[in-house]
Structures are given as structure tokens and as C-alpha cells.
Design a protein around this ligand. Sequence first.
Ligand code: HEC
Ligand code: HEC
Length: 457
Amino acid sequence: MVSRVYARGNPGPSPITLIVILLLGVPILTSCQSVPPPDPEQALIAKGRALFFDETFDGNGRTCGTCHREDNNFTIDPAFIATLPADDALFVAEFTSALETLERPKLMRAFGLILENQDGFGDLENNFNLRGVPHTLGMRVSIDSRQGPRTGWSGDGAPGDGSLRSFATGAVIQHFTKSLNRIPDIDFRLPTDDELDALEAFQLSLGRQQDLTLSLPLKGTVAKRGQEIFLDNALGKCNACHFNAGANANPNIFGPDVGNMNFDTGVEDLPDQPADLTGEFVPPDDGLGTPGDGTFNTPPLVEAADTGPFFHNDSIETIEGAVAFYNGDAFNNSPAGQALAGATGSGINLDGTQVVEVAAFLRVINALENIRASIQLIEQSNRSSGARAKELLGLAVADTKDGIGVLIGGGLHPQAVAHLKEAKHRTRRAARSHFSRRSRAAAAIRELKQARAEMIE
Ligand code: HEC
Ligand code: HEC
């Protein structure tokens, strides 16, 4: 208070002093302060960002950002799809006759499913998979394995070696084509080596750059119990495959540097899958390889709660349902479920309370990640100017909103929700403000930190 009174009472420099400072100071400052040398890595990331969101590779108008939306956690879902205009490039199959069978529009709109030809373009009518769009966050820590990089739901990012670089080439051939002939330089152009480097650098910069170290000192009793169950090798057993709630397998079980593993957890065998109930043709998905071995790649869980629907086929809408999957026959009779039962003496068998507790844990770590990301975006905005500064604040708002959504969806931490709502409001005001943007941004960060303090020591 004292300092505020003082600040108000202090008249500050007179207008004449200000003019003198401006006239003398600016040239001195600009000549003394050497401009920092351009950071080559940041320049590459910026180039990758531009390619990701603007480059159509002379194709059908889609970009990587058509399906991996920055304001929607680099993925799309039915609710988001419903907000898009009819002429959005996502819907090319609906308005381009040569691309009529590029997608299955009904399943895309209802479940967010995208058509993929992981087993090649030989028999387009029958041989395809319908998969959800994974987010591309945290890939720095989620794609390396002993067998090399594992990208995509089955880990065999097409074509080639499964690396992020070749994945981009595969995505252009799969999604950007002007006709189903897929002839390079007629239907699209392939990314150059330089473009692949830039796309890779950009994608690796997204989201978390390191894994959590569990257990976290959580405050909420329900989420805290959920974490215990998650970590308990005799109860939840989740930490065996999702070590530290990430995408890598547990090195204490599978050996050092095991990285990101593939398992057949039986998701394909779930009964009454929503897409099947529509009566549309949904071919079975055989997972890694051609022909496939039925395995899929373990996704990270920190980013899961706000990026449903879940699993490669978007077969379960809620995070509670995704946790409950592990209690059912589809998992417990699967090769991975049987191996787990063999190693630990039983399958996974959680009760209703425990399912909700594990889901609460996943909701809370997601909200904590939303807070981390929001603060980072606001701080980046402080270092940027013009439209980009405003855009970054808009992205922070989107992340903060996700944090609110995942907590409210589980009836968790009402006080944290109140702080997050205030943070959202203040970040929006910062984006609209020209003169007091910094102070409003600082106030938003304070609210975000208070929200975090409600959830974790
Ligand atoms: C039409 C929608 C669509 C477009 C456009 C698209 N993707 Fe994807 N993306 C998907 C789907 C669906 C998957 C899952 C594919 C799989 O399981 O093999 C995916 C998976 C990925 C993955 C794997 C993520 C992980 O966690 O393993 C990366 C990386 C990726 N896309 C990058 C790109 C890039 C780069 C572009 C642009 C060159 C692009 N995508 C364009 C739909 C799209
Ligand atoms: C044997 C290894 C294994 C175990 C044990 C395991 N998971 Fe998984 N998990 C996977 C694999 C593999 C996938 C991807 C499956 C697919 O899409 O077909 C997955 C997917 C998920 C997803 C969906 C994520 C998304 O983005 O769609 C959630 C949520 C999840 N697991 C939570 C859990 C929880 C909670 C537990 C403990 C109760 C657990 N998992 C135990 C391997 C495992």
C-alpha cells in the first residue's frame, strides 16, 4: 500500500524531461544496446510454424493446421469440427468430386475420425483405417523407442522410418492430395529437406519438454488417491506403460531407456463402438506394420483429459470411460492384459470410485499442464509485439479454458476453477488493452499461480 501511495503521489518526470530523455536517450540506447544475434533454432521454429499453418504444398488447400489446430491443443474433435464453416479445407471430401472418398464425412463430423491408408493405397475402397487426430504436444519426450521413433497411433508413421520428418511427407501424400491418384508434382508437391527440418523443429517445440516425476504433492484427496492407484503395480498398474503419466514404458520393469512402447491392449475388441453403431463401414485396424501386429503406441496422459475422444479409434468420449476400459474384457483378454495378469497375478479391476479417482488425477495433471502452458504463452506474449502478442494471449485463454473444463467436468477444485476463470478474464482484457497489457498479463499470471496452489503443494 505504501509503495502505491508513494507511486501515486510521485509526479514522475516532467514532460520536458521526458522529451529530453526521448531525444537524447533513444539514439544512445539504440547505438549502445547491441541487437541480440538471431537465434538459428528460433528462426527454424518460426519457419516451421509458418509452414505448418500456411503451406498447402500445392495440394487441396489443407495445411497441417487444418487438423492440428493451435487453439484446440493441436487436434480436432466433433465439438470443434461443428464450429467450422462448410468450406473449411477439412471438408474437401464434401465439396470436391475427385475427393469424394478421401474421408468418411459422417464419421468425421460425428466422431472426429480421419481416413488413413497405413497399409498402402492399393485397395482404397476396403483397406483403410479411421483414426482420431492425436495432439502433437510433448513429442520431445514421447516418440523415441529402442526401435527408433514411434509416431502416429500405431507408431509406424507413413512412409519410411516413422520419424517426425518422414511423418510430414506421409501427411502430405495422405491428406493434401488433389486427387486419389496421389501423383507428386501434379496432386501435391513433396516437402523439401529444409522444410522437413523446419517442420520437425517446430513440432518438437510444442508442449512439454520434459516428463513429470511422480508422485506429485497433490492437495485434493480424490486426485491424490487416484495418483496412488495409478502408481500401484498391484492395483491400477497404469505406471507400467505410462511411466510418470507420460508415453514411455517403466524402465524399472522394461529396462533402461526403453522409451515409447507398443502394446495390443484390445481397444479394437471393444463392443458397441460408437462408429460401428452408425452402420457405416469401419474396417478393423491392424495397428503397427503391414500386415499389422495389432499393437498401438502408448500415448502420453498428461495431455489426455482435454483432448478426447480417446484411443486410436475415438471409441470412448470421456476420460472416466477411458480409465474404465481397463476393467473390461476387451483389455483383460488382450495380449497386453494377459501379459500383465501373468506378471502381476491379476488383470486390472478397479471399482467405480477408483475409476473416478484415477480420472480425477488425470484431470488435475492436465489442468496443471494447462496452467504451465498458459503462463508460458503469456510470458512469450510479453516478449512479442503486435498481432503475435495478441495471438499468444488468445492461445493462453484457450489453454486456461481447457483447465476450467477438465476440472469442472470432474467436479474438482472449485476454488482453482474460480481463479482460472478470473485468469481467463484478465488475459482477455490484456489482449484488448494497448497501454496496460503488461500489468493485466501479470495479474492473469498471479491468478494462474493461485489456481495451481489450490491443487499442489
Ligand atoms: C486431415 C487431417 C490431418 C492433416 C491435414 C494432418 N494430420 Fe497429422 N495426423 C492426423 C491423424 C488422423 C493422425 C494419426 C495418424 C496415425 O495414427 O498414423 C495424425 C498424426 C500426426 C502425427 C503423430 C503424432 C504422434 O503423437 O505420434 C504427427 C507428428 C502429425 N500428424 C503431423 C502432421 C503434419 C506435419 C502435417 C502437415 C504436413 C499433418 N500432420 C497434417 C490427421 C491430420
Ligand atoms: C500394457 C500397457 C498399458 C497399461 C497397463 C495401461 N495403458 Fe493406457 N494405453 C496404452 C496404449 C498402448 C494405449 C493406446 C491404445 C489405443 O489407442 O489403441 C493407451 C491409451 C490410454 C488412454 C487414451 C489416451 C488418448 O489420448 O487417447 C488413456 C486415457 C489411458 N491409456 C489411461 C490408462 C490408465 C488410467 C491405465 C491404468 C488403469 C492405463 N492406461 C494402463 C497402454 C497401457
